[in-house]
Structures are given as C-alpha cells and as structure tokens.
Design a protein around this ligand. Structure first.
Ligand SMILES: [Mg+2]
Length: 268
C-alpha cells in the first residue's frame, strides 16, 4: 500500500497534526465507489480464456482488446446497442483474422463465447471480504463501471454482489464513461454524498483513480499486477482489496471505524 502522494488526503503521518495553530484532520469519506471488471471480478481472466476457446490461440488478446475498445466507445456513443456491438466486434475481429462470416454464423460464435465467459466468471478472493467490511463500517457503496452491458444489477445479482450496492452506474446506460466526471458525479448523486466525501477504487489508473480524483472524489488505484510506479501515480495505491480497509481508516475519517486496530482480518 502506498500513500502520501500529491493532491491527496492527509496521510497517517500528518493526520491530526497541529500546523500554524490549525488541527489538520483527514478528509471524511462516507461512500465508496467500486469498479467491477478486474476490480471485483476477474473479467480479463474469463474473457481471455473464452477467446482462446473461440480462436484456438493464446496470442490474440491484444488485438481483441483494441477492437473491443473501439466498438465499446461506439456503443457508449449510442451507435450500437450492446448485443449489436458484440456481434459487430466479433465479426470485425474474425475478419481481421481472414475469416469472413455472415451475421448468423457470427451470432452463433459470439453467443458461444459469451456463454463460455459467463461460466468462467469468478470473483477475486478479496472482493467479498472487502465488501463485507465496507458495509459493516457503514459506507454507502456504488458500482461504477464502463461496461456497455445493460442490466448491471442483474449481473451483480448473478455474482452474489447486488446486496452490497446502494447504486449501480454503468456507462452503457448513462451514455458517459470513466473518466468523464459525469459518471462519478452521477454515482455520488445517487448515493446522496458530495464528491469530496466519496472515494473511487478501480484497476485502471487513468480511467478509475485519476479520473475520480480529477472529478473531485478521492481516487484509489488497485494495481493487482504491480504494473505501475506508485511514486508516479498521483493517488494512493493498493495491491489488493484486502489493503483497502487499513488505507481508509489510516488516511481518512470513516463512518464508524476510527482506528486501524478496528480493521478485521479479511477472510478468504
Ligand atoms: Mg476495471
């Protein structure tokens, strides 16, 4: 866990310290926004596995990501609905591989890939303990996702997560995607908190942590794969969701937990 970075709240070393006659207190946080894919759910793992089954190859993930990003942006912009987007994406991907298929054949393959992916979808082991702790600590909780899929509440219910969330905001339904401040402000509005009383946690430094920070929330980067330089991130960094409770009680004022000693040991 790395803290003490620019433009972020007081750290434990400065919390409560008297400076020039003023007592500096950590910022109060009443709500937590969480990204879903690759933050709570191992989306990339299941998507890569399903793509390998579809293509019979293990080296196509970067190409798939490029085509997916381009088509998802068109979906958020309203050019496609979600089902049309995923079929168009798969058709374009296969065409790039030299395989021209008609719409019916593409639909069959895409449905097969999606079913494979759904069967392989897994929560990260630290997701439920963290959500349990956040709920017990009294935070309001929102899911904030760039997924273009509709009905995110249904998806969260399938994963056993719906009971934790007071609000679910998705780019596909809102028409604005992270790092657009609109999606973060919509989540705060639905939770009934000001942005500076909310933190957002996600696996993308740019879209999640820095986007939230620039929107006036407290951005926290979940760097599960240790790909970044914490000193350059400009936001607090945690390696896993198991580190989040300690960060929150150390660097912020939280609803009911006031000291790190009150952090329970996550299970799992
Ligand atoms: Mg993500």
């Amino acid at each position: 866990m790395t803290t003490a970075l620019a433009a972020q709240p007081s750290t434990s070393s400065t919390s409560g310290r008297a400076v020039a006659g003023q007592r500096l207190e950590p910022p109060a946080i009443h709500a937590i926004c969480l990204d879903i894919d690759d933050t709570l759910v191992d989306f990339t793992g299941s998507a890569r596995s399903a793509l390998s089954v579809l293509t019979g190859r293990d080296d196509m993930w970067p190409a798939w990501q490029r085509i997916t990003d381009a088509h998802s942006a068109r979906c958020v912009a309203g050019e496609f609905d979600y089902d049309a987007m995923r079929r168009a994406r798969t058709k374009a991907f296969l065409a790039d591989l030299g395989t021209q298929l008609d719409d019916e054949a593409v639909a069959v393959l895409e449905d097969r890939r999606l079913a494979q992916m759904s069967r392989g979808s897994r929560l990260f082991p630290d997701a439920l303990p963290c959500l349990d702790w956040l709920r017990a600590a009294g935070f309001k909780i929102a899911a904030v996702t760039n997924a273009s899929r509709p009905h995110q509440r249904g998806r969260l219910a399938t994963l056993g997560l719906a009971r934790f969330f007071d609000a679910v905001v998705s780019a596909g339904e809102l028409g604005a995607a992270k790092p657009d401040p609109v999606i973060f402000h919509t989540a705060c509005e639905q939770l009934g908190v000001e942005p500076d009383h909310a933190a957002h946690v996600g696996d993308r430094l740019d879209l999640d942590a820095q986007g939230a920070r620039d929107a006036g929330l407290h951005g926290i980067w979940l760097d599960r794969t240790h790909t970044g330089d914490p000193e350059q991130a400009g936001v607090p960094v945690v390696d896993s969701l198991a580190e989040l409770p300690a960060l929150l009680v150390t660097d912020y004022r939280t609803p009911t937990v006031t000291s790190a000693s009150a952090v329970p040991t996550p299970r799992g």
